[in-house]
Each structure stands twice: as C-alpha cells, then as structure tokens.
Design a protein around this ligand. Structure first.
Ligand SMILES: [Zn+2]
Length: 445
C-alpha cells in the first residue's frame, strides 16, 4: 500500500480495510463474549485488527511475530515466500499480542509455554479462521498466526491446476474397484487440500467408503465417508480397528495415516485378496519418495508392491503476474534442454525485471521512476498453482520396489516407461507462461 506524506502521520491500521475479530475457544458463548469485551478495552485492539488486515491486504496467509528486547518484527507469508514488513515497538507488539491471546481464550500472562488457540476474522465479506501458536524463546516470544478461509475456494482438481488429461486419468484410476493409492505432498505443501479434493473426485455414492482416522487428528469431513476412529494416544493404529470394519464389507478404505507396517499389510491384503480400494497419504517430495515412505513402515514387500497402484504427488509453484511478466525468445538450445519440441512455443515468460540503470533516464539524463506493478506490488508473481505428478505403478516399478528400492531406481525405471515427473510437468507450465523457469527451479529445489 502506497503511503503519501499525510498518510504517514496516521497509524497504519487506520489506512487499512476494517476487520472484525471474533472470539473463539472459550467454554461458552458467554466466556467468548467476555474475552472480546476485555480485549476491546485495550488501546491495541484496532492495531491487532490492523495486523490481520495488513496481512490479508498483501494476500498473506501466515503471520510471524518475533519478539526481541525492543522490537516486534513482523513477517507475512505470501504464496509460500516470507516477506518482512515494518516492525512495531515492543510495547505495541506486546499489547496487540495480548488482544490475540484474549480472543483465542489463551493465557495472556504466559509468555513462555507453548499455547495454541483459534479466533475468527471477517474481512471484506470473507470469513477466516486464524490459528495462533505462541511459544516463548530466548529473546522473548515467537508467534505464528495461520489465516485460513472458512470456505475453501479449491474444490476440484481443476481448481488446483491439474491438467485435463491427467484429471481424466486420475478419475478413471481412483474409480477402479481395486488398488492402493497414495496421495503425497512435501511438508506444508498443500497435502490436506490435495487429499480433500482428490477424495471428492472419487465416486462416493455408488461405493461404500469408510475412513479410518486418528481420534487425535481431526480431519475435514468428506461427504458420504463415515470415519471410524482409533486413538494414537493409546498406541493404536488402523490395524486395530480394521477387523471390526470388515464385517461391514466396505468397498473403499480411506486412511489418512498408515502409522505402521501391520496396518499397511492388512490393507494390502484387502486389495490383493478382496479387490478393495485403499487410499492413503504421506508427506513426500515426489511419487518415488512417497512409495518408499510407505515401504519404510516395513510391510511385507511382496504384498505391498503387488497392491500399490498409483501415486499422486504435488508441488506448489508461484504463478507469474500476468500484468507485468516479460516475454522473451528462448534459444533453440534452451528449448532442447527443456525438452520442448522446436516450433511449439514462440515465447517464454519471466518475472518483471527493471531495465538496467543506464536506461532508467530520460533523453535529458534525468532519472525516470519505474512504476511498481499494482497487481503484484512488484513481486512479479501472484497466486500459486500446483504441479502434479501422477505415477501409475507398473510391473517394472513393482520389481524395483521388491529388489532394489531406492528413489533413483524408481525414478529411472518410471521415466523409461514414459512417466512424466514433476520437472517435466512443471515445464508444461513454463511453456504456457504460467510460471517461470526460475520459479520452477526454486520450487523443485
Ligand atoms: Zn505484476
């Protein structure tokens, strides 16, 4: 947000769109309302709203507050990249943190122990849930606020950016009667969103789905998938509740976390012997690694490699800002290196780069000011999309899993069979001008 001279005399929160803070986490509505009233007594109440409004105005979905002796530094995460914004003095920072803690029903006085809570936000007609995590550190305190829209706009694989051919293939495979399907994403890389959307792509109305979930890890509710719970705090796993489920003869088992080799083994048996479908997920950087993550739980490899049928892995990449991206002509060598057939694309795009200093002057040698793109505020990127890797497990890959399971071996054999990895899928986005080569390299690093 540009601030002119007159504006600079006014505090930031007065220049930003209003937000409404909603108390949560109390034992009762009454307690929540009491917390809100108490928070409103603080002169820092509007400043707290301003911090959230500032982040949302910049399209940030996480806020990091770092308390040091004299200052409170503030960072926003925008499209997966942290950016610094102006810090606050320590006293102001303390005062607005007390507001956040109060409306999340946390202990305001406790600056040392880890505390976690939630509060709501209404901003420009959109509703958000914020989770706040505060933890004392040597210099003071570190606070992370995650801002999530109450209603996700990402409902379909197309919304997530999956190309049409792959969507068709994925739907066909997930609607097959039997198989063992793994959904994977890197840490913090959209696994829960991909999971939810992938499951909604499966036909949940003609088959009986059952979800086996940890009581301690709340999952998004998925229509027509009733969850059965085990308690990880009691050392239980999916294997413990599976026998009682089999009487009901479900067609599809949805298992967010496999937990141990026994659970993998029992569910693989359901695939191999009873022709059921199992859908699970894991944190992994690509499909090959995902296969090995499940293998690392040590199920009997013969059964696992026989059952496993498909892996969907994903990676988030920033999209070039369409208002300021710059076209350039790739050399034939460059296209060849990228594996793009000659003549397929005339131009590629890169993020906005200001002209060199000698060109930033007018005819009389006076400096010209470079206008900052309003759409992306000069970042060069706006929003993110996902790259997907869809690996169909072939007999060749099964043999690698059995005999020499390693990420390199799986990737090599898959590639030899015509499989497109994240790199190759990402190049398709580069060729379409959706992202840049630099960004692809950064995201796949
Ligand atoms: Zn731009």
């Amino acid at each position: 947000m540009a601030r002119n001279k007159k504006d600079q005399e006014r505090p930031l929160h007065e220049l930003l769109p209003q937000v409404t803070l909603k108390p949560m986490g109390g034992e009762s509505d009454q307690q929540n309302q009491g917390n809100l009233l108490a928070a409103k007594q603080s002169p820092a109440f509007p400043v707290a709203g301003g911090v959230i409004s500032h982040a949302l105005t910049k399209r940030g979905d996480r806020i990091m507050l770092d308390y040091t002796q004299n200052a409170t530094s503030v960072r926003f995460e925008v499209d997966g990249i942290w950016m610094n914004v102006d810090p606050y003095d320590r006293a102001t920072g303390d005062a607005f943190l007390a507001v956040f803690k109060k409306i999340a029903n946390l202990n305001v006085q406790d600056r040392r122990n880890r505390q976690e809570g939630r509060f709501g936000v209404v901003f420009q007609a959109g509703q958000y849930i914020c989770t706040i995590t505060a933890q004392g550190v040597k210099t003071g305190e570190r606070v992370l606020i995650k801002i999530m829209p109450k209603k996700s706009k990402l409902e379909t694989l197309e919304d997530l950016g999956m190309r049409e051919k792959m969507r068709e293939q994925f739907r066909e495979l997930i609607n097959q009667t039997e198989g063992f399907v793994i959904i994977a994403a890197p840490p913090g890389g959209g696994l829960t969103t991909t999971w939810r959307v992938a499951l909604t792509a499966a036909d949940r109305f003609v088959r009986d789905f059952v979800a086996i979930e940890d009581k301690r890890v709340p999952e998004d509710e998925i229509i027509n998938v009733g969850p059965i719970h085990y308690d990880s705090a009691e050392g239980k796993s999916p294997a413990d509740v599976l026998p009682s489920l089999l009487l009901k003869q479900p067609d599809v088992f949805v298992v967010p976390e496999m937990v141990n080799g026994k659970s993998v083994e029992m569910l693989c048996d359901q695939v191999n012997d009873n022709h059921k479908l199992v859908i699970t997920r894991t944190v992994a950087t690509d499909a090959a690694e995902a296969l090995l993550r499940i293998a690392a739980l040590k199920p009997p490899m013969a059964e696992y490699s026989k059952a496993v049928s498909m892996v969907l892995a994903t990676r988030l990449v920033r999209k070039l800002c369409e208002a300021c991206r710059q076209p350039f002509q790739p050399t034939p060598q460059m296209l060849q290196k990228l594996g793009i057939p000659a003549g397929r694309v005339g131009v590629l795009y890169r993020e906005f780069q200001p002209p060199p200093p000698e060109q930033r002057v007018d005819q009389k040698g006076r400096p010209i000011e470079i206008e900052i793109c309003k759409k992306c505020e000069g970042i060069g990127y706006r929003g993110r999309t996902a790259i997907f890797e869809l690996m169909v497990v072939t007999d060749a890959i099964r043999e690698v899993l059995l005999k020499q399971p390693s990420v390199d071996n799986i990737r090599r054999v898959a590639k030899a069979g015509g499989h497109r990895g994240l790199q190759e899928e990402g190049i398709l986005l580069v060729a379409q001008g959706i992202t840049s080569l630099q960004e692809l390299q950064r995201a796949l690093k």
